[in-house]
Design a protein around this ligand. Structure first.
Ligand code: ASP
Ligand code: MG
Length: 424
């Protein structure tokens, strides 16, 4: 017997038939004797609709910055998950399964005060654990909790993944199954490279890089949380027949296990290729090469909440002038240029140049820590295809390369095959 948290995303609960199908997945685990808590998203499209309603209220619409009350935004957008939780509890009860729905405040899932992007601070799993022990299935509304102001707080878009992992940690589950519309985590995006393979296992750290570098299977914060609490997390499909052979396998269900690297015996050097579109590059030319320039540039950008990613600085030839290049999301370029413009005197640069529509492709793998030549392989492969590299950054387990947008797909395929990820 095990304790399992099962999370179902928006497409898995998109209509009543699918909710019923989800109930069959839950029934399979209940019938096997496991203790089960379920976390649900809103039906697909629902959260977008709710957000639109908030943003299109006359007088709010078109405002330069949203001046609506974030607490009321949360009251509205949290409702989508509440509907799904109730409907799934009804579906389960119709199958004679003892089940009830839970909203965030009822558990309670305590968050901080950052309405719209709240972080979970504490979950009291006692009551859910007690009831699971009595055979009751908890159906929890994802994406929401309760803030210190005693009001509903939502966790940011995609936040029900984080709810699920947090609940799994809170009730000390053996496993957290994230059911979605794909059957696992792939070596790269199969829409770009049909030879992409489903990974059996991926380490937390690698998944964190994959998620932050563009793979959209899981909310980044859910992976962070899983890593901290060592929650073994499976990504698997809700669209397979709930009663197909192997679906209820406790140790090896179909899907991708995200786990501690110790659990991965045969570690490949490279695990996957991720990409992020809509990157932009900003270059400051002929900066004074003196202490404090970087602080003068990136301080004001940070204060304006502009997310700077790759930073490249050249060593100046004569010790007086240098160039600084960095990337930001394309959507933030104009804001960044305005911030730099108004700090021109303080920073002391000659000209600023920018370019939008770039793509960052990344090679990820913890095996890189102990292998030389991984980066050189990438550079050679891209060169053979005539792809120009605009900037490079590396960490222990990843190499990120900035290139022109139109080369994105070719670069992903090239990198995928140069490490043999399309084989075996
Ligand atoms: N329904 C929320 C969203 O669409 C949360 C989630 O699905 O994870 O962002
Ligand atoms: Mg999601």
């Amino acid at each position: 017997m095990a304790r399992i948290v099962m999370k179902f995303g928006g497409t898995s609960v998109a209509n009543l038939d699918r909710i019923y199908n989800v109930a069959r997945h839950v029934k399979r685990e209940v019938d096997a004797g496991h203790e089960v808590a379920v976390v649900v998203s809103a039906m697909s499209g629902k959260t977008n609709e709710l957000v639109d309603w908030v943003q299109n209220m006359p007088k709010v619409a078109g405002a330069a910055s949203p001046f609506y009350d974030a607490r009321e935004y949360d009251a509205v957008v949290a409702s989508g998950e509440q509907v799904t939780a109730g409907l799934l509890a009804i579906a389960l009860q119709s199958m004679d399964i003892n089940a009830r729905s839970w909203q965030g405040w009822q558990i309670p899932i305590k968050t901080d005060n950052a309405h719209g992007a709240a972080r979970i601070q504490e979950i009291d799993g006692t009551e859910i654990i007690r009831r699971m022990g009595e055979g009751q299935v908890a159906v929890v509304a994802g994406f929401q909790g309760i803030g210190p102001d005693n009001r509903i707080a939502t966790l940011g878009r995609g936040g029900s993944d984080t709810s699920a992992v947090a609940i799994a940690a809170g009730v000390k589950a053996d496993r957290c199954d994230i059911y979605t519309d794909v059957d696992g985590v792939y070596t790269t995006d199969p829409r770009i490279e049909p030879k992409a393979r489903r990974l059996k296992k991926i380490a937390f750290e690698e998944m964190l890089e994959m998620a932050s570098l563009g793979a959209k299977v899981l909310q980044v914060r859910s992976v962070e949380l899983a890593m901290v609490h060592k929650v073994r997390t499976f990504v698997r499909s809700s669209f397979e027949d709930p009663d197909a052979p192997g679906m209820g396998d406790l140790m090896n269900p179909p899907g991708t296990l995200i786990c501690d690297e110790e659990e991965i015996v045969e570690q490949e050097v490279v695990t996957g290729i991720a990409y992020a579109k809509d990157e932009a590059q900003i270059s400051l030319r002929r900066l004074a090469d003196r202490p404090g320039v970087s602080a003068a540039i990136f301080g004001p950008l940070a204060e304006s909440h502009i997310n700077v990613d790759m930073i490249v600085q050249n060593i100046s030839e004569d010790g007086s002038k240098t160039d600084m290049t960095f990337t930001v999301p394309s959507g933030d370029v104009d804001k960044a240029l305005a911030v730099l413009g108004s700090n021109k005197e303080k920073i002391g640069f000659d000209v600023v140049q920018s370019e939008k529509g770039l793509v960052k492709v990344s090679v990820i793998g913890i095996g890189m820590r102990s292998h030389a030549g991984v980066a050189a392989t990438a550079f050679r492969a891209l060169a053979e295809k005539g792809i120009n590299i605009k900037a490079i950054t590396t960490s222990e387990i990843k190499i990120s390369i900035l290139i022109d947008g139109p080369y994105a797909e070719l670069a992903v395929r090239t990198l995928h095959s140069c490490y043999g990820l399309d084989k075996n």
